[in-house]
Design a protein around this ligand. Structure first.
Ligand code: GRF
Length: 203
């Protein structure tokens, strides 16, 4: 059984989607540990409710590399094959990423490379794009920049607000994150430059 570690900082709805997919045998593996840098993140309760170890690694008072080293230790103890960022609100250091080459993945609420960074749904709405969406990508040091694994487009409606748009993008996130994780864990993919090429049947 492949093992997934999930890094969170907040609400945990994407974690919930991954947990549900694992329970329903749609993830291609199990969530074996959830790590949060925020002690009272609601995501931790979701992990505990699913019977998954929930570990707090507070970043405060620690240098980034030191904090990342502690998290890496926990992830290694749990033998994870893939690390999923699910609303994890900190940048990861180069040593952390090179310890897990192409094994760290993130979900972002826009069609990257458009609207990286915070509040992507509002950025897209304010820009006036007619289509936005969600992106799962491999994590590199630069923010929201790695090879794109999967995307789903979401039409922006004339009567949308940033909140209604964000809600529909979140539904798309919950659909593609488990599918992307299954694809990654299945191993039938390769990188050509920065292009992620799937060798598997379309999900
Ligand atoms: C999601 O919109 C995700 O795309 C972004 O942070 C948010 C986390 O939400 N990276 P949740 O904690 O998964 O509910």
């Amino acid at each position: 059984m492949k093992k997934v570690g999930v890094l969170v900082s907040g609400r945990g709805s994407n974690l919930q989607a991954l947990l549900a997919a694992a329970r329903e045998d749609r993830l291609g593996g199990e969530v074996s540990v959830v790590l949060s840098n925020v002690a009272d993140a609601p995501a931790l309760d979701k992990a505990r409710a699913a019977g998954v170890p929930a570990v707090v690694c507070d970043h405060r008072g620690h240098a980034r590399e030191e904090h990342d080293r502690a998290m890496l230790g926990v992830l290694r103890d749990h033998g994870v094959d893939l690390v999923c960022l699910a609303g994890y609100m900190r940048l990861l250091s180069a040593p952390f990423l090179s310890a897990l080459p192409h094994r760290v993945v993130n979900i972002h609420p826009s069609l990257l490379p458009a609207f990286p960074g915070m509040d992507a749904q509002r950025q897209a709405w304010e820009h006036g794009v007619k289509v936005s969406g969600a992106t799962v990508h491999l994590v590199e040091e630069a923010l929201d920049a790695g090879p794109i694994v999967m995307q789903e487009a979401v039409a922006v409606r004339p009567d949308d607000t940033p909140d209604t748009l964000a809600a529909r993008i979140l539904e798309a996130e919950h659909r593609i994150y488990p599918r992307a994780v299954r694809l990654l864990l299945g191993g039938r993919w390769r990188l050509e430059g920065r292009r992620f090429v799937s060798e598997a049947e379309p999900a």
